[in-house]
Design a protein around this ligand. Structure first.
Ligand SMILES: [Zn+2]
Length: 294
């Protein structure tokens, strides 16, 4: 299971890359508000909007915003006929525009645009979070070689932090284990998920988290797909695993309810745009194909 991807400009390439000639330049404008980089400038349509070179210039002229008011700027990648970049500015009211959160755009815009915009937010957040060195407290500056942030005093380097997180569909014959999570404010049943600990393989994390959250032992965790989840910096690694033993015992701090659901009698589940939704759909399709083959 893979998604068609955009062409990402890596850090290495960021300084060396010559963007493909003839493509249009598009800028996401992101705001920093109280240290959080979560919102992207939009027009009143509330869509996810990018701006051309000329539009950025006009916008900044109107705001009387000089280039030194730009907190951070970076190339992101190419998709179709566009070259995407991000510009980070301080949050401010802008006439005929509004700031929109990216999270609401999952499944509304294309997967690729969502991922590029997610990369924009993550790079901005990384820049804002590492203005000072965590080891010695000195300021950091951008490294020209590979675009890391480097401490001016002790030379410690800071790259965008990515937190690996496993998400798993546990299956038992024609049933799937789905849980209603305490953090979810709608009655949605989803797959189990958890962060990989330092010193742990992601496969071990799958086994541990399932046991901790619902008391079930699983076997054969099998990797299916991944997706960046930029709120703020997860990389979701999607697995499918087989039930091995045990009865459901809830970790009530995290889970309100968990049940085995037959593939053709599912409760409300996450949208297909999310990894959880895709794992569930994968299982359902598998079962339908089995049914057709029987
Ligand atoms: Zn330092």
């Amino acid at each position: 299971m893979t998604k068609e991807s955009y062409q990402l400009y890596s850090f290495e390439q960021d300084v060396k890359q010559t963007p493909t000639p003839g493509k249009s330049r598009c800028y996401f404008i992101v705001s920093e508000e109280n240290g959080r980089c979560e919102s992207i400038l939009s027009d009143l349509s509330d869509n996810l909007v990018t701006y051309s070179d000329t539009e950025v210039q006009t916008l900044f002229d109107d705001l009387q915003l000089s280039p030194d008011k730009i907190i951070f700027q970076s190339l992101l990648g190419e998709w179709e006929n566009n070259i995407y970049s991000v510009i980070l500015i301080k949050s401010q009211d802008i006439a005929n525009h509004r700031w929109v959160g990216l999270r609401k755009k999952l499944g509304v815009v294309s997967d690729q645009l969502f991922m590029i915009a997610g990369r924009a937010l993550q790079l901005c957040q990384w820049h804002v979070d590492h203005r000072f060195c965590g080891r010695c407290g000195s300021a950091t500056s951008s490294d020209q070689e590979d675009s890391a942030l480097v401490c001016v005093s002790c030379q410690l380097r800071f790259y965008p932090r990515i937190s690996p997180c496993m998400i798993v569909a546990v299956v038992r014959d024609d049933k799937i284990l789905l849980a209603h999570h305490r953090r979810s404010n709608r009655l949605v049943y989803s797959t189990l998920a958890g962060f990989v600990e330092a010193g742990e393989t992601v496969e071990d994390c799958v086994v541990r988290e399932v046991y901790e959250e619902v008391g079930i032992r699983i076997s054969q965790p099998r990797y299916l797909l991944s997706e960046p989840w930029p709120f703020p910096s997860q990389l979701m690694l999607g697995f499918i695993a087989e039930y091995q033993s045990g009865e459901i015992v809830l970790d009530e701090k995290e889970i309100l309810d968990a049940q085995w659901f037959r593939y053709d009698a599912l409760p409300e589940t996450p949208s297909n745009a999310s990894v959880a939704g895709q794992l569930i759909r994968f299982f359902v399709e598998q079962q339908k194909n089995k049914g057709a083959a029987r």
